[in-house]
Design a binder for this molecule. Structure first.
Ligand code: FAD
Length: 470
């Protein structure tokens, strides 16, 4: 447990939602000495037999780790995760090729969502100034008085007051409903046409069925499958595909035919019978992107995590961004002496551009992956970017590296990326002009063997899809 500061502040902070961001936030507020109560609609998942929820595992990267570090939990969570140093690309023929995530020593971690949530709740509970309340569903609240009404499973209601309400109640936030009723609150939500489905790849002879320290990817242009390793030596495979494609497959044999065409190497690893069964266990799940602003109402309420910015999962940043929200709020509390009337607007001012940037980037990735991966110019540009990063590591930094392995503000990463694009494109134009004028003479005199220089388009497209995601 991290020591609480023991400061004399007695302000009461209620965190609504005890998911990943809510549970971590409770630790952040408790550490500062606030009186913290968490209200969560689900039962205590540490006692539950079945934990319902979204993805089974997630990729934890630098921003999320930094937040965990601030509450003394980084080492514990990292020790329970599986490092993924590279993507492993599976071609339709079953050939595998690895593409590192970054420099040596840079990796993302596959962590179990339920376990991470349980660890965070247990950590929050170790602070004497924190109380966790399960089976409490927020029904309504008042932005004027700070009074909240919670519904209990037995039909009763409970009224609670707070100095500060922190809405961490996810993409379909009940807290956010009050924001929607207010003037000058901007809100947009977009469901993408793709859904996702999770399938389990069991261990073979007690060992991982594939190499464990990789995020396995089967990129297939308009759809793809990924697999992340779990501590029990299973892999969780996630198939991302347009809903109408999911719906076209209606029988077990059609599932096998589909996998035979696109993911043949995965069939023996998942198992024919398991595949036929698992595919129909749950329908494809929807993915939504939500952007809004501001993130606060007066000095009473602030929203964080998916409640403020649900993003599509194509950058592996949703939780990481939510965890970083907790760090940023803490930084603003420090700057403004924990004066909520100043802190909340400042938090919105600082954080909205960054969370909007990662929401846009995740959506851009989703579109880019399908639209541009076959463009020759785009493929060529990716090569140039990587080469320049090797030659000038401080000047040209790939966007993925900035987002995943640094705490560069998301919107600054995007600005820098645009600047790099401009500089590189101009450089290429000058080089091309020079090359045409000066080089054509040499080329005519000494023609090279072009076949040795060109990378097959199929191979490049597959590589690009993954360089661009996860
Ligand atoms: P949630 O996890 O949704 O938690 C909200 C909590 O609030 C829940 O416990 C809920 O029960 C509770 N609640 C809801 N309503 C009420 C109410 N009325 N009263 C009280 N409690 C309430 N992110 C990454 O960083 N890396 C990844 O690799 C990654 N992969 C993903 C893959 C998929 C398929 C998906 C869908 C998402 C992925 N994400 C990933 C995103 C990540 O899951 C979310 O960003 C993260 O769960 C957000 O946490 P949260 O606490 O804000 O919201």
């Amino acid at each position: 447990m991290e020591e609480s500061t023991g400061r004399p502040t007695k302000k009461k902070v209620v965190v609504v939602g005890g998911g990943l961001v809510g549970a971590l936030n409770a630790c952040f507020f408790a550490k500062r000495g606030f009186n913290v109560e968490v209200f969560e609609t689900r039962e205590d998942i540490r006692q539950a037999k079945v934990v319902k929820g979204r993805s089974i595992n997630l990729a934890l990267s630098h921003r999320g780790r930094q937040a965990l570090k601030q509450v003394g939990m980084e080492d514990k969570i990292v020790s329970q995760g599986i490092p993924m140093n590279s993507r492993m690309i599976h071609s339709p023929s079953g050939k595998q090729s690895a593409i590192p995530y970054g420099k040596k020593g840079q990796f993302i971690l596959s962590v179990d969502r339920a376990n991470l949530n349980k660890e965070l709740l247990t950590e929050a509970e170790t602070y004497p100034n924190t109380k966790l309340n399960f089976d409490h569903k927020l029904q309504d609240w008042s932005a004027e008085t700070g009074q909240m009404t919670f519904a209990r499973p037995d039909g009763s209601e409970k009224q609670i007051n707070a100095d500060l309400i922190v809405g961490c109640d996810g993409a379909f936030s009940a807290i956010r409903k009050q924001f929607l009723r207010r003037s000058r609150f901007n809100y947009s939500q977009t469901y993408i046409p793709h859904g996702y489905m999770e399938l389990t790849m069991p261990p073979i002879n007690g060992e991982f069925a594939m190499k464990p320290n990789y995020l396995h990817i089967w990129p297939r242009n308009t759809f793809m499958m990924i697999a992340l390793p779990n501590l029990d030596k299973t892999f969780t495979c996630t198939l991302f595909m347009p809903f109408d494609e999911f719906e076209k497959i209606t029988t077990g044999d059609e599932v096998i035919d589909f996998f035979q065409t696109y993911f043949p190497d995965a069939i023996p690893l998942i198992g024919v019978d398991a595949l036929k069964e698992d595919y129909f266990r749950l329908p494809g799940q929807a993915m939504v992107s939500i952007k809004c602003s501001p993130y606060h109402i007066g000095d009473k309420c602030v929203i964080m995590g998916d409640a403020a910015h649900a993003v599509v999962p194509f950058y592996g940043q949703g939780m990481n961004a939510g965890f970083e929200d907790c760090i940023v709020f803490g930084e603003v509390l420090d700057q403004l002496n924990e004066d909520f009337s100043a802190v909340l607007p400042e938090y919105s001012r600082v954080r909205v551009p960054d969370d909007h940037a990662i929401a846009d980037l995740a959506m851009y990735n989703y579109i880019e992956m399908r639209a541009h991966v076959n463009s020759k110019w785009f493929i060529f540009r990716k090569h140039v970017d990587n080469l320049l990063h090797v030659l000038m590591p401080k000047t040209i930094i790939p966007l993925y590296t900035m987002v995943t392995f640094t705490r560069t503000r998301y919107h600054e990463a995007v600005d820098r990326w645009h600047w790099q694009e401009k500089v590189i494109n101009r450089g290429l134009l000058f080089s091309a002009t020079g090359a045409v004028l000066g080089g054509s003479y040499l080329l005519i005199k000494n023609p090279p063997d072009i076949s040795k220089l060109i990378i097959p388009a199929e191979k490049m497209r597959d590589r690009l899809v993954v360089l661009w995601t996860h």
